[in-house]
Ligand binder design. Structure first.
Ligand code: ADP
Ligand code: GLC
Length: 473
Protein backbone atom coordinates (compact mmCIF):
# COMPACT_ATOMS: atom_id res chain seq x y z
CA UNK A 1 0.00 0.00 0.00
CA UNK A 2 1.29 3.45 -0.92
CA UNK A 3 0.52 6.29 1.48
CA UNK A 4 1.40 9.96 1.08
CA UNK A 5 1.25 12.02 4.28
CA UNK A 6 0.79 15.78 3.89
CA UNK A 7 1.52 18.04 6.85
CA UNK A 8 2.22 21.72 7.46
CA UNK A 9 4.95 20.92 9.97
CA UNK A 10 7.04 17.82 10.62
CA UNK A 11 9.98 16.97 12.84
CA UNK A 12 12.92 17.36 12.26
CA UNK A 13 12.24 19.85 9.45
CA UNK A 14 9.91 22.23 11.29
CA UNK A 15 7.87 22.38 14.46
CA UNK A 16 5.54 24.54 16.49
CA UNK A 17 3.78 21.76 18.40
CA UNK A 18 2.71 18.15 18.58
CA UNK A 19 1.47 17.99 14.98
CA UNK A 20 5.12 18.12 13.89
CA UNK A 21 6.09 15.27 16.21
CA UNK A 22 3.31 13.13 14.77
CA UNK A 23 3.81 14.04 11.11
CA UNK A 24 7.54 13.31 11.42
CA UNK A 25 7.10 9.98 13.16
CA UNK A 26 4.05 8.44 11.50
CA UNK A 27 5.54 7.89 8.00
CA UNK A 28 8.53 6.15 9.56
CA UNK A 29 6.29 3.99 11.76
CA UNK A 30 4.19 3.10 8.73
CA UNK A 31 7.28 1.97 6.85
CA UNK A 32 8.18 -0.24 9.78
CA UNK A 33 4.89 -2.09 9.44
CA UNK A 34 5.30 -2.54 5.72
CA UNK A 35 3.58 0.50 4.20
CA UNK A 36 5.29 2.36 1.36
CA UNK A 37 4.91 5.84 2.87
CA UNK A 38 6.25 9.25 2.02
CA UNK A 39 5.90 12.69 3.54
CA UNK A 40 5.30 16.02 1.82
CA UNK A 41 5.81 19.25 3.76
CA UNK A 42 6.90 22.83 3.02
CA UNK A 43 10.51 23.95 3.24
CA UNK A 44 10.65 26.80 5.75
CA UNK A 45 13.35 29.20 6.76
CA UNK A 46 13.62 27.29 10.05
CA UNK A 47 14.37 24.00 8.25
CA UNK A 48 18.02 23.23 8.95
CA UNK A 49 20.07 23.08 5.76
CA UNK A 50 22.05 20.02 6.82
CA UNK A 51 18.82 17.97 6.84
CA UNK A 52 18.40 18.33 3.09
CA UNK A 53 19.94 15.56 1.04
CA UNK A 54 19.49 16.73 -2.53
CA UNK A 55 17.40 18.68 -4.97
CA UNK A 56 14.83 16.22 -6.30
CA UNK A 57 12.99 18.43 -8.80
CA UNK A 58 14.26 21.74 -10.10
CA UNK A 59 11.15 22.80 -11.92
CA UNK A 60 7.82 21.75 -10.49
CA UNK A 61 5.42 24.04 -12.33
CA UNK A 62 2.33 24.83 -10.31
CA UNK A 63 -0.53 26.72 -11.91
CA UNK A 64 -1.63 29.16 -9.29
CA UNK A 65 -4.16 31.97 -9.64
CA UNK A 66 -3.89 31.63 -13.37
CA UNK A 67 -0.11 31.93 -13.45
CA UNK A 68 2.66 29.38 -13.81
CA UNK A 69 4.64 29.27 -10.63
CA UNK A 70 8.00 27.51 -10.53
CA UNK A 71 8.79 25.62 -7.34
CA UNK A 72 11.60 23.29 -6.41
CA UNK A 73 11.40 20.10 -4.41
CA UNK A 74 14.11 18.92 -2.05
CA UNK A 75 14.52 15.42 -0.75
CA UNK A 76 15.47 14.06 2.65
CA UNK A 77 15.12 10.94 4.76
CA UNK A 78 16.11 12.65 7.99
CA UNK A 79 12.88 11.54 9.65
CA UNK A 80 13.32 7.92 8.56
CA UNK A 81 11.03 8.06 5.53
CA UNK A 82 11.25 9.61 2.05
CA UNK A 83 10.34 13.26 2.43
CA UNK A 84 9.68 15.86 -0.23
CA UNK A 85 10.08 19.46 0.86
CA UNK A 86 8.28 22.02 -1.28
CA UNK A 87 10.41 25.08 -1.83
CA UNK A 88 8.31 28.11 -2.74
CA UNK A 89 10.21 30.95 -1.06
CA UNK A 90 7.50 33.61 -1.33
CA UNK A 91 5.06 31.36 0.45
CA UNK A 92 7.12 29.55 3.05
CA UNK A 93 10.51 31.16 3.51
CA UNK A 94 9.38 33.50 6.26
CA UNK A 95 10.18 34.20 9.90
CA UNK A 96 7.48 31.92 11.26
CA UNK A 97 5.42 29.02 10.03
CA UNK A 98 2.00 30.52 10.77
CA UNK A 99 0.53 33.85 11.70
CA UNK A 100 0.10 35.59 8.34
CA UNK A 101 -3.17 37.06 7.09
CA UNK A 102 -2.95 34.92 3.96
CA UNK A 103 -2.14 31.62 5.70
CA UNK A 104 -5.15 30.00 4.02
CA UNK A 105 -3.69 30.89 0.66
CA UNK A 106 -0.20 29.65 1.55
CA UNK A 107 -1.50 26.25 2.56
CA UNK A 108 -3.93 26.04 -0.35
CA UNK A 109 -0.84 26.50 -2.51
CA UNK A 110 1.02 23.83 -0.54
CA UNK A 111 -1.82 21.35 -1.11
CA UNK A 112 -1.99 22.08 -4.79
CA UNK A 113 1.79 21.79 -5.20
CA UNK A 114 1.75 18.47 -3.31
CA UNK A 115 -0.86 17.12 -5.72
CA UNK A 116 1.17 18.26 -8.73
CA UNK A 117 4.18 16.56 -7.16
CA UNK A 118 2.30 13.30 -6.53
CA UNK A 119 1.34 13.31 -10.15
CA UNK A 120 4.92 13.95 -11.23
CA UNK A 121 6.18 11.09 -9.05
CA UNK A 122 4.12 8.94 -11.36
CA UNK A 123 2.73 6.34 -9.02
CA UNK A 124 -0.59 7.41 -7.52
CA UNK A 125 -0.87 6.79 -3.79
CA UNK A 126 -3.64 4.53 -2.49
CA UNK A 127 -4.12 6.85 0.45
CA UNK A 128 -3.38 10.52 0.94
CA UNK A 129 -3.37 11.31 4.63
CA UNK A 130 -4.24 14.93 5.35
CA UNK A 131 -3.55 16.61 8.67
CA UNK A 132 -5.55 19.49 10.13
CA UNK A 133 -7.06 22.45 8.32
CA UNK A 134 -3.85 23.15 6.39
CA UNK A 135 -4.64 20.11 4.25
CA UNK A 136 -8.41 20.52 3.84
CA UNK A 137 -7.91 21.93 0.33
CA UNK A 138 -6.38 18.70 -0.95
CA UNK A 139 -9.42 16.70 0.17
CA UNK A 140 -11.58 18.69 -2.23
CA UNK A 141 -9.07 18.77 -5.05
CA UNK A 142 -8.60 14.99 -4.95
CA UNK A 143 -12.34 14.37 -4.67
CA UNK A 144 -12.81 16.44 -7.86
CA UNK A 145 -9.84 15.02 -9.76
CA UNK A 146 -10.99 11.49 -9.10
CA UNK A 147 -14.12 12.08 -11.15
CA UNK A 148 -12.39 12.65 -14.45
CA UNK A 149 -8.70 11.80 -14.11
CA UNK A 150 -8.04 8.08 -14.08
CA UNK A 151 -4.66 8.63 -12.43
CA UNK A 152 -6.46 9.42 -9.18
CA UNK A 153 -9.20 6.89 -9.60
CA UNK A 154 -8.13 4.58 -6.80
CA UNK A 155 -6.79 7.21 -4.43
CA UNK A 156 -8.65 7.71 -1.16
CA UNK A 157 -8.24 10.42 1.47
CA UNK A 158 -8.01 10.18 5.25
CA UNK A 159 -8.32 13.43 7.16
CA UNK A 160 -6.71 13.45 10.61
CA UNK A 161 -7.91 15.97 13.14
CA UNK A 162 -5.23 17.14 15.55
CA UNK A 163 -7.09 20.19 16.73
CA UNK A 164 -10.63 21.39 15.98
CA UNK A 165 -9.86 24.81 17.45
CA UNK A 166 -8.03 25.91 14.31
CA UNK A 167 -10.32 26.14 11.31
CA UNK A 168 -8.38 27.90 8.58
CA UNK A 169 -11.24 30.34 7.99
CA UNK A 170 -11.36 32.96 5.22
CA UNK A 171 -13.86 34.90 3.16
CA UNK A 172 -15.97 32.86 0.73
CA UNK A 173 -15.17 35.40 -2.01
CA UNK A 174 -11.61 34.00 -2.02
CA UNK A 175 -12.82 30.55 -3.09
CA UNK A 176 -12.89 31.49 -6.76
CA UNK A 177 -9.35 32.75 -6.69
CA UNK A 178 -8.13 29.55 -5.07
CA UNK A 179 -9.82 27.39 -7.70
CA UNK A 180 -12.74 26.33 -5.53
CA UNK A 181 -15.52 28.38 -7.08
CA UNK A 182 -17.69 25.49 -8.24
CA UNK A 183 -20.78 24.43 -6.29
CA UNK A 184 -19.32 21.21 -4.94
CA UNK A 185 -16.34 23.06 -3.45
CA UNK A 186 -18.40 25.97 -2.13
CA UNK A 187 -20.65 23.59 -0.29
CA UNK A 188 -17.72 21.77 1.18
CA UNK A 189 -15.98 24.93 2.46
CA UNK A 190 -18.95 27.00 3.57
CA UNK A 191 -19.90 27.25 7.19
CA UNK A 192 -21.47 30.12 9.12
CA UNK A 193 -21.01 32.62 6.30
CA UNK A 194 -17.29 31.94 5.87
CA UNK A 195 -15.09 29.38 4.20
CA UNK A 196 -13.30 26.87 6.42
CA UNK A 197 -10.54 24.58 5.22
CA UNK A 198 -11.19 22.33 8.21
CA UNK A 199 -14.83 21.98 7.26
CA UNK A 200 -13.85 21.03 3.70
CA UNK A 201 -11.55 18.29 4.97
CA UNK A 202 -14.21 16.94 7.30
CA UNK A 203 -16.96 17.07 4.72
CA UNK A 204 -15.33 15.33 1.77
CA UNK A 205 -12.46 13.14 2.89
CA UNK A 206 -13.22 9.47 2.56
CA UNK A 207 -12.40 8.74 6.20
CA UNK A 208 -11.75 10.81 9.30
CA UNK A 209 -9.51 10.12 12.20
CA UNK A 210 -8.51 11.96 15.30
CA UNK A 211 -5.69 11.54 17.75
CA UNK A 212 -7.40 9.86 20.70
CA UNK A 213 -10.55 7.88 21.22
CA UNK A 214 -11.92 10.21 23.86
CA UNK A 215 -11.44 13.28 21.63
CA UNK A 216 -13.30 11.50 18.83
CA UNK A 217 -16.38 11.58 21.07
CA UNK A 218 -15.78 15.05 22.50
CA UNK A 219 -15.72 16.72 19.09
CA UNK A 220 -19.15 15.33 18.33
CA UNK A 221 -20.53 17.57 21.08
CA UNK A 222 -21.10 21.30 20.85
CA UNK A 223 -18.51 22.21 23.49
CA UNK A 224 -15.59 20.92 21.44
CA UNK A 225 -17.10 20.87 17.98
CA UNK A 226 -16.57 24.54 17.08
CA UNK A 227 -19.78 24.61 15.13
CA UNK A 228 -18.92 21.44 13.19
CA UNK A 229 -20.04 18.84 15.72
CA UNK A 230 -23.14 18.18 13.60
CA UNK A 231 -20.95 17.20 10.66
CA UNK A 232 -18.90 14.86 12.80
CA UNK A 233 -22.04 13.26 14.20
CA UNK A 234 -23.34 12.88 10.68
CA UNK A 235 -20.08 11.21 9.61
CA UNK A 236 -19.44 9.35 12.87
CA UNK A 237 -19.39 6.00 11.08
CA UNK A 238 -16.33 7.31 9.24
CA UNK A 239 -14.56 8.77 12.27
CA UNK A 240 -12.11 6.84 14.40
CA UNK A 241 -9.78 7.77 17.25
CA UNK A 242 -6.20 6.51 17.13
CA UNK A 243 -3.99 7.65 20.00
CA UNK A 244 -0.65 9.07 18.88
CA UNK A 245 2.51 7.19 19.64
CA UNK A 246 5.82 8.38 20.99
CA UNK A 247 8.91 8.29 18.83
CA UNK A 248 11.22 6.48 21.23
CA UNK A 249 14.15 7.15 18.88
CA UNK A 250 13.78 10.79 19.89
CA UNK A 251 12.21 10.57 23.37
CA UNK A 252 14.09 7.90 25.27
CA UNK A 253 15.98 8.61 28.52
CA UNK A 254 18.38 5.75 27.79
CA UNK A 255 19.73 7.34 24.61
CA UNK A 256 18.61 11.00 24.57
CA UNK A 257 21.66 13.01 23.48
CA UNK A 258 20.32 16.20 25.09
CA UNK A 259 20.69 14.73 28.59
CA UNK A 260 23.73 14.97 30.86
CA UNK A 261 23.08 11.39 32.12
CA UNK A 262 20.96 8.46 31.03
CA UNK A 263 18.55 6.24 32.92
CA UNK A 264 15.82 3.63 32.61
CA UNK A 265 13.07 2.06 34.68
CA UNK A 266 15.49 -0.27 36.50
CA UNK A 267 18.05 2.37 37.35
CA UNK A 268 17.04 5.95 38.03
CA UNK A 269 20.38 7.25 39.28
CA UNK A 270 20.90 9.13 36.00
CA UNK A 271 17.61 10.94 36.57
CA UNK A 272 19.00 12.39 39.78
CA UNK A 273 21.95 13.73 37.83
CA UNK A 274 19.58 15.24 35.29
CA UNK A 275 17.71 16.89 38.15
CA UNK A 276 20.89 18.39 39.57
CA UNK A 277 21.94 19.66 36.18
CA UNK A 278 18.50 21.17 35.56
CA UNK A 279 18.61 23.06 38.85
CA UNK A 280 22.08 24.32 37.94
CA UNK A 281 20.89 25.42 34.57
CA UNK A 282 18.29 27.67 36.17
CA UNK A 283 20.69 28.82 38.92
CA UNK A 284 18.49 27.26 41.61
CA UNK A 285 19.81 25.84 44.89
CA UNK A 286 20.63 22.15 44.55
CA UNK A 287 18.22 20.71 47.04
CA UNK A 288 17.57 17.38 45.36
CA UNK A 289 15.04 16.23 47.92
CA UNK A 290 12.51 18.89 46.98
CA UNK A 291 10.30 18.00 44.03
CA UNK A 292 10.40 19.92 40.76
CA UNK A 293 7.00 20.66 39.22
CA UNK A 294 7.29 21.42 35.52
CA UNK A 295 5.32 22.70 32.57
CA UNK A 296 6.28 22.80 28.88
CA UNK A 297 3.59 24.29 26.75
CA UNK A 298 2.24 26.69 24.21
CA UNK A 299 0.69 29.37 26.42
CA UNK A 300 -2.82 29.32 24.96
CA UNK A 301 -6.19 28.92 26.62
CA UNK A 302 -6.29 25.27 25.43
CA UNK A 303 -3.60 24.34 27.93
CA UNK A 304 -5.46 25.55 31.05
CA UNK A 305 -2.53 27.64 32.18
CA UNK A 306 -4.83 29.69 34.39
CA UNK A 307 -5.14 26.68 36.68
CA UNK A 308 -1.36 26.70 37.06
CA UNK A 309 -1.48 30.42 37.78
CA UNK A 310 -4.07 29.84 40.48
CA UNK A 311 -2.19 27.03 42.20
CA UNK A 312 1.50 27.70 41.76
CA UNK A 313 1.58 29.87 44.91
CA UNK A 314 0.50 26.83 46.94
CA UNK A 315 3.13 24.68 45.24
CA UNK A 316 5.85 27.16 46.15
CA UNK A 317 4.53 27.41 49.72
CA UNK A 318 5.45 23.75 50.22
CA UNK A 319 9.06 24.52 49.31
CA UNK A 320 8.90 22.76 45.93
CA UNK A 321 10.46 24.09 42.72
CA UNK A 322 8.53 25.18 39.65
CA UNK A 323 10.13 25.23 36.20
CA UNK A 324 8.29 26.38 33.08
CA UNK A 325 9.21 26.46 29.40
CA UNK A 326 6.70 28.12 27.12
CA UNK A 327 5.67 30.94 24.91
CA UNK A 328 2.42 32.37 23.69
CA UNK A 329 -0.09 34.73 25.28
CA UNK A 330 1.53 37.83 26.66
CA UNK A 331 -0.40 37.76 29.94
CA UNK A 332 0.88 34.29 30.82
CA UNK A 333 4.43 35.15 29.82
CA UNK A 334 4.27 38.23 32.09
CA UNK A 335 2.89 36.13 34.89
CA UNK A 336 5.84 33.75 34.67
CA UNK A 337 8.28 36.63 34.77
CA UNK A 338 6.61 38.04 37.87
CA UNK A 339 6.61 34.64 39.52
CA UNK A 340 10.32 34.34 38.90
CA UNK A 341 10.93 37.73 40.51
CA UNK A 342 8.75 36.77 43.45
CA UNK A 343 10.53 33.47 44.23
CA UNK A 344 13.89 33.47 42.45
CA UNK A 345 15.18 30.56 44.55
CA UNK A 346 12.34 28.26 43.58
CA UNK A 347 11.26 29.26 40.11
CA UNK A 348 12.98 28.70 36.78
CA UNK A 349 11.48 30.04 33.58
CA UNK A 350 12.37 30.08 29.90
CA UNK A 351 10.07 32.13 27.73
CA UNK A 352 10.45 30.93 24.15
CA UNK A 353 10.91 27.74 22.26
CA UNK A 354 13.78 25.41 23.12
CA UNK A 355 13.79 21.78 22.04
CA UNK A 356 16.90 20.72 23.99
CA UNK A 357 15.59 22.27 27.17
CA UNK A 358 12.27 20.45 26.69
CA UNK A 359 14.15 17.14 26.85
CA UNK A 360 16.17 18.25 29.86
CA UNK A 361 13.09 19.35 31.77
CA UNK A 362 11.28 16.08 31.04
CA UNK A 363 14.28 14.22 32.43
CA UNK A 364 15.08 16.37 35.45
CA UNK A 365 11.59 17.16 36.76
CA UNK A 366 9.55 15.07 39.19
CA UNK A 367 6.00 16.12 38.35
CA UNK A 368 4.58 17.35 35.03
CA UNK A 369 1.53 19.62 35.05
CA UNK A 370 -0.98 19.45 32.19
CA UNK A 371 -4.39 20.78 33.29
CA UNK A 372 -5.68 21.32 29.73
CA UNK A 373 -9.13 22.67 28.97
CA UNK A 374 -9.16 20.29 26.03
CA UNK A 375 -6.43 18.11 24.62
CA UNK A 376 -6.88 16.14 21.39
CA UNK A 377 -4.03 13.83 22.36
CA UNK A 378 -1.15 15.53 24.13
CA UNK A 379 2.38 14.24 23.82
CA UNK A 380 4.14 15.73 26.80
CA UNK A 381 2.29 13.56 29.30
CA UNK A 382 3.52 10.50 27.36
CA UNK A 383 7.08 11.83 27.24
CA UNK A 384 6.83 12.43 30.99
CA UNK A 385 5.75 8.85 31.58
CA UNK A 386 8.80 7.50 29.79
CA UNK A 387 11.13 9.90 31.64
CA UNK A 388 9.88 8.91 35.10
CA UNK A 389 8.21 12.29 35.58
CA UNK A 390 4.76 11.80 37.05
CA UNK A 391 2.02 13.66 35.14
CA UNK A 392 -0.91 15.44 36.76
CA UNK A 393 -3.50 15.87 34.03
CA UNK A 394 -7.08 16.85 33.51
CA UNK A 395 -9.26 13.95 32.33
CA UNK A 396 -9.93 15.21 28.80
CA UNK A 397 -9.13 13.91 25.33
CA UNK A 398 -5.91 11.98 25.01
CA UNK A 399 -4.89 12.87 28.56
CA UNK A 400 -7.78 10.77 29.82
CA UNK A 401 -6.87 7.90 27.51
CA UNK A 402 -3.16 7.78 28.37
CA UNK A 403 -2.95 8.60 32.07
CA UNK A 404 -4.48 6.36 34.70
CA UNK A 405 -4.94 7.75 38.19
CA UNK A 406 -2.68 6.03 40.73
CA UNK A 407 -4.59 3.73 43.07
CA UNK A 408 -2.91 3.06 46.40
CA UNK A 409 -4.72 -0.19 47.07
CA UNK A 410 -3.93 -1.96 43.83
CA UNK A 411 -0.72 0.02 43.12
CA UNK A 412 -1.93 0.57 39.57
CA UNK A 413 -1.89 3.82 37.62
CA UNK A 414 0.84 6.01 36.20
CA UNK A 415 -0.12 9.54 37.25
CA UNK A 416 -2.79 11.74 38.79
CA UNK A 417 -5.97 12.82 37.10
CA UNK A 418 -8.78 15.24 37.92
CA UNK A 419 -11.96 15.96 36.02
CA UNK A 420 -13.62 19.28 36.84
CA UNK A 421 -11.86 22.36 35.47
CA UNK A 422 -11.21 23.98 38.84
CA UNK A 423 -8.19 25.09 40.81
CA UNK A 424 -9.46 23.22 43.88
CA UNK A 425 -9.62 19.88 42.09
CA UNK A 426 -6.23 20.45 40.52
CA UNK A 427 -4.78 21.39 43.90
CA UNK A 428 -6.14 18.21 45.47
CA UNK A 429 -4.10 16.21 42.99
CA UNK A 430 -1.06 18.41 43.50
CA UNK A 431 -1.19 17.71 47.23
CA UNK A 432 -1.76 14.02 46.63
CA UNK A 433 1.30 13.94 44.38
CA UNK A 434 3.38 15.85 46.94
CA UNK A 435 2.32 13.52 49.73
CA UNK A 436 3.21 10.51 47.61
CA UNK A 437 6.53 12.00 46.54
CA UNK A 438 7.67 11.82 50.14
CA UNK A 439 6.90 8.08 50.24
CA UNK A 440 9.81 6.99 48.05
CA UNK A 441 8.64 3.42 47.54
CA UNK A 442 5.17 4.40 46.41
CA UNK A 443 6.59 7.13 44.19
CA UNK A 444 8.98 4.63 42.67
CA UNK A 445 6.02 2.40 41.84
CA UNK A 446 4.17 5.20 40.00
CA UNK A 447 7.33 6.02 38.08
CA UNK A 448 7.78 2.36 37.23
CA UNK A 449 4.21 2.05 35.99
CA UNK A 450 4.71 5.12 33.80
CA UNK A 451 8.05 4.07 32.41
CA UNK A 452 6.71 0.63 31.53
CA UNK A 453 3.69 2.06 29.68
CA UNK A 454 4.07 1.21 26.01
CA UNK A 455 3.06 4.16 23.85
CA UNK A 456 5.21 3.17 20.89
CA UNK A 457 4.19 4.16 17.38
CA UNK A 458 4.03 0.57 16.26
CA UNK A 459 0.59 -0.01 17.83
CA UNK A 460 -0.74 3.21 16.38
CA UNK A 461 0.74 2.52 12.93
CA UNK A 462 -1.05 -0.84 12.80
CA UNK A 463 -4.33 0.90 13.57
CA UNK A 464 -3.68 3.35 10.75
CA UNK A 465 -3.13 0.43 8.41
CA UNK A 466 -6.51 -1.00 9.43
CA UNK A 467 -8.06 2.39 8.85
CA UNK A 468 -6.46 2.66 5.40
CA UNK A 469 -7.73 -0.80 4.51
CA UNK A 470 -11.23 0.18 5.60
CA UNK A 471 -10.95 3.35 3.53
CA UNK A 472 -10.05 1.43 0.39
CA UNK A 473 -12.74 -1.21 0.72
P1 ADP B 1 0.30 20.87 21.28
O1 ADP B 1 0.64 20.27 19.98
O2 ADP B 1 -1.14 21.16 21.46
O3 ADP B 1 1.14 22.05 21.61
P2 ADP B 1 1.40 18.39 22.40
O4 ADP B 1 1.54 17.94 23.81
O5 ADP B 1 0.81 17.45 21.44
O6 ADP B 1 0.63 19.78 22.42
O7 ADP B 1 2.83 18.69 21.79
C1 ADP B 1 3.62 19.76 22.19
C2 ADP B 1 5.01 19.55 21.65
O8 ADP B 1 5.65 20.80 21.54
C3 ADP B 1 5.88 18.70 22.54
O9 ADP B 1 6.83 18.01 21.78
C4 ADP B 1 6.54 19.76 23.43
O10 ADP B 1 7.74 19.32 23.99
C5 ADP B 1 6.75 20.87 22.44
N1 ADP B 1 6.78 22.21 23.00
C6 ADP B 1 5.75 23.00 23.37
N2 ADP B 1 6.19 24.20 23.79
C7 ADP B 1 7.53 24.17 23.68
C8 ADP B 1 8.56 25.11 23.94
N3 ADP B 1 8.29 26.32 24.42
N4 ADP B 1 9.84 24.74 23.69
C9 ADP B 1 10.10 23.50 23.21
N5 ADP B 1 9.18 22.58 22.95
C10 ADP B 1 7.90 22.90 23.17
C1 GLC C 1 -2.46 19.11 18.41
C2 GLC C 1 -3.12 18.90 19.76
C3 GLC C 1 -2.37 17.96 20.66
C4 GLC C 1 -1.90 16.74 19.89
C5 GLC C 1 -1.12 17.16 18.68
C6 GLC C 1 -0.62 15.98 17.85
O1 GLC C 1 -1.47 20.08 18.47
O2 GLC C 1 -3.32 20.13 20.44
O3 GLC C 1 -3.20 17.54 21.72
O4 GLC C 1 -1.10 15.91 20.71
O5 GLC C 1 -1.93 17.94 17.84
O6 GLC C 1 -1.67 15.15 17.41
Amino acid sequence: MRVAVLAAEAVPYSKTGGLADVAGALPKALRQVGVDSLLITPLYRQTKENLIEHLAIDDLWVVWRGQNYKTQVYYSEANGSPTFLIHAPEMFFRDSIYGYREDYERFAFFNHAAIVLLRRIGNAPDIVQLNDWHCGFAAIEIAKLRRWDSYWHNTRTVFSIHNMAYQGAFGTEELWKLGFGDDFSRNAFSTGGAASALKAGLADSDMLSTVSRRYSYEIQMAENGYGLDWLLRQRSDRLIGITNGVDYDVWNPETDSDLPAHFNAQDLSGKRMCKRSLLQKFFLPENLDKPIFASITRLTSQKGFELIRQTVGEILATGAYFIALGSGERESEDFLQKLKNYAPQQVGIYIGYNETLAHQIEAGADVFLMPSRFEPCGLNQMYSLRYGTVPIVRAVGGLDDTVENFDRVSSTGNGFKFREFSADKFLEKIYEALFTYYEPETWRKIQWNGMMTDNSWENAARKYVQLYNMTRS
